[in-house]
Design a protein around this ligand. Structure first.
Ligand code: NAP
Length: 281
């Protein structure tokens, strides 16, 4: 029987992970099946347990269960500990192991696909939820100079920054503020990363025009057939470069696949296929 994997979330019908992992498996000759698993909002642990008992080998975890995956796992990587959230679970006779591949996915997409040099780079992260929590430590490990976390709820940004500041070197600052604390000066030359879910509803973030004009690169973790509201705003206001999160999606999946199967798939062909698919949808 093929090894079984799945992505678990609620909702889950929209997930592209089965498409991505099926292509990784075909490309690398791995014998596995990968499904979608809809868990009740109050039934994440029971759904994971049932999956494990039926022989499941690993799960990707998406909204809104990443924090629960962190809490339930017996073993956690340092990235999971830093993020307080996990997107990848592996099961073996020793129990559940949690990893967070979102940050590695973002870093690889930025550096390998978009040619962004992260060493010494100033970064502004918009948002302080699960996605923002997962990417800050890998960005610090990639050598960014400082990270400003800004969030609608300022207290969450401040709390996240103080939790993650320990992962920063002596020359690197991690600071948290409310969205109104973001100005052109703090965004000057920065990589501006939208890790809020505002883009899912096409809502515009209350950010001054000068911020976009001052930034060097605008990145939205959300993706779609058209540029998101955030990226359209960035382009219109003079930010020289923009990218959406489709590449991050493929790269974080590739890292989960590598952890589970011990083989790293090629991501570019799958990224291009997915971009075509989304464009046609
Ligand atoms: P989350 O934990 O629910 O956090 C949502 C964040 O967005 C919070 O910081 C929230 O601020 C902020 N927010 C929501 N609506 C807002 C609005 N109208 N104005 C300003 N801020 C708003 O979600 P998440 O797991 O971090 O995911 C965030 C986004 O990243 C989602 O769209 C997700 O699809 C995307 N994502 C993409 C990838 C990828 O591979 N491309 C991977 C992970 C996540 P408050 O704290 O004030 O509520």
């Amino acid at each position: 029987m093929s090894d079984r994997y799945a992505v678990i979330g609620n909702p889950i019908a929209h997930s592209r992970s089965p498409f991505i992992h099926a292509r990784f498996a075909a490309q690398t000759g791995q014998d596995l099946v990968y499904d979608r698993l809809l868990a009740p909002l109050d039934g994440f642990a029971a759904a994971v347990q049932a999956f494990v008992e039926s022989g499941g080998c690993g799960l990707n975890v998406t909204v809104p269960f990443k924090e629960q995956a962190f809490a339930l796992a017996g073993r956690r990587s340092p990235r999971v500990e830093a993020a307080g959230a996990a997107n990848t679970l592996s099961f073996d006779s020793n129990g559940w192991t949690a990893e967070n591949t979102d940050g590695i996915g973002l870093v690889r997409d930025l550096t390998a696909r978009h040619g962004v040099a992260l060493a010494g780079q100033r970064v502004v992260v918009l948002g302080a939820g699960g996605a923002a929590s997962g990417v800050v430590l890998p960005l610090l490990e990639a050598g960014v100079r400082d990270v400003l976390i800004v969030n609608r709820t300022a207290a969450r940004a401040v709390a996240l920054a103080s939790r993650l500041a320990g992962g920063a070197g002596p020359q690197t600052a991690v600071v948290g503020r409310g969205l109104d604390g973001l100005d052109a000066e703090s965004a000057a030359g920065a990589l501006l990363i939208n890790a809020t879910s505002a883009g899912l509803s096409d809502a515009r973030l209350p950010i001054a025009d000068e911020v976009f004009a001052a930034a060097a690169f605008a990145y939205d973790m959300v993706y779609g057939a058209r540029p998101t509201a955030f990226l359209a705003q960035a382009a219109a206001l003079g930010c020289p470069r923009q990218a959406d999160g489709l590449g991050m999606l493929v790269e974080q999946a590739a890292e989960s696949f590598r952890l589970w199967r011990g083989v790293a798939p090629q991501t570019d062909p799958v990224y291009r296929q997915l971009r075509d698919e989304i464009g046609r949808a």
